[in-house]
Design a protein around this ligand. Structure first.
Ligand code: FAD
Length: 306
């Protein structure tokens, strides 16, 4: 059982790093929720927090505003996502310039989904960056930035095979990517096999697992195949009948994510990226279980010593 193996290693939290992903809020209400989430997760001292960027620049202003606020009002290190969709190089370079001038040094560089919708053929924008690798090159040309890119343990849905995907990852690394963050997945064996393939291809950057705490199973099931992630039968079984029982759903979600993360820790993984969906509770609980206490630990130590 994971918990018994885990309880013999109480120091494990010192070795683990986490990052949290947020999306830019659309309304005042959503903004208030995001900042509650940021405030709750900040004491865990994440390695960085990232803010997504809508395809075609649809969230440009909101992403810029959110990153600016993180820089101005917190001690957190923001990473700005960027995509290549529906924008020429000048437009993308202008956004990069805005981020750089506000002091951003970390980026998550992505191609983005086709503007005609997931499942349609991707058409690079005329005069634009054609894919994630070209965008990494553009970012690297303007500074020695820390650049994360995407990786797909179950392969990208548009890819004919793993070799094509890994070749693209290699191009991103050759252009200066320093870390890959995976699409979410639920089967750790798939992640492990993917990392083996990547290493065999001579790619040695960290492949950080992207963990999606399941806040709403129906939604996850809905978008998982489009995202290139499959929902195993055992997972569907766990959430079966819980659509109208949010309390039990949340407890099961915490258990499922903790089980996945603890198993990855056992497999030697030390870095985790959480797709928070701008909600703190599940991410916070899972971090607590893997020993990430941040300021909380300091407070506990201080009060014990007093
Ligand atoms: P790329 O890595 O450039 O390409 C994906 C795959 O398509 C490649 O692996 C390759 O197999 C194939 N391919 C691409 N170009 C070529 C080519 N010229 N020739 C042959 N094959 C090719 N989306 C957003 O809109 N905003 C975000 O903020 C965002 N954040 C994300 C963060 C993470 C960690 C991840 C995993 C995904 C994120 N996405 C985001 C989703 C992402 O935009 C989609 O998955 C998109 O379909 C692919 O973008 P990419 O950067 O992975 O593409």
């Amino acid at each position: 059982m994971n918990q018994f193996r885990f309880s013999r290693r109480p120091d494990i939290g010192d070795k683990i790093r986490v990052s949290f992903e947020f999306f830019p809020p659309k309304s005042d209400e959503m903004e208030a929720r995001l900042w509650e989430t940021v405030t709750r997760l900040a004491p865990l001292k994440p390695h960085f927090v990232s803010v997504t960027y809508g395809a075609g620049g649809s969230t440009r202003e909101r992403t810029l505003k959110t990153v600016r606020r993180i820089l101005n009002e917190t001690q957190l290190m923001p990473a700005a996502h960027l995509t290549c969709v529906d924008a020429n190089r000048e437009a993308v370079d202008a956004v990069i310039g805005e981020f750089v001038s506000m002091g951003v040094t970390r980026f998550v560089a992505l191609r983005g989904d086709p503007s005609a919708g997931v499942g349609t053929a991707y058409q690079p924008y005329p005069g634009g960056y054609a894919n994630g690798a070209e965008l990494v090159g553009a970012l690297k040309r303007v500074g020695n930035h820390d650049i994360s890119v995407s990786a797909y343990p179950e392969k990208h849905p548009e890819s004919p095979d793993f070799a094509t995907d890994i070749e693209m990852l290699k191009r991103k690394v050759d252009n200066g990517a320093t870390r890959a963050i995976t699409q979410f997945f639920f089967d750790n064996d798939l992640y492990e096999r993917f990392v083996e393939r990547v290493r065999r291809a001579g790619i040695y950057i960290p492949i950080v697992p992207g963990i999606l705490p399941v806040h709403n199973f129906a939604q996850v099931k809905n978008f998982s195949s489009r995202a290139g992630a499959h929902v195993p039968d055992w997972l569907a079984e766990r959430f079966d009948g819980l659509a109208k029982d949010p309390q039990t759903h949340a407890l099961v979600a915490a258990a499922v994510a903790a089980e996945q993360v603890l198993d990855l820790v056992e497999r030697g993984v030390n870095d985790f990226h959480f797709y928070t969906m701008n909600r703190a509770d599940l991410a916070f609980a899972i971090c607590h279980m893997i020993g990430i206490r941040g300021d909380l630990a300091e407070k506990n130590t201080t009060s014990a010593a007093a």
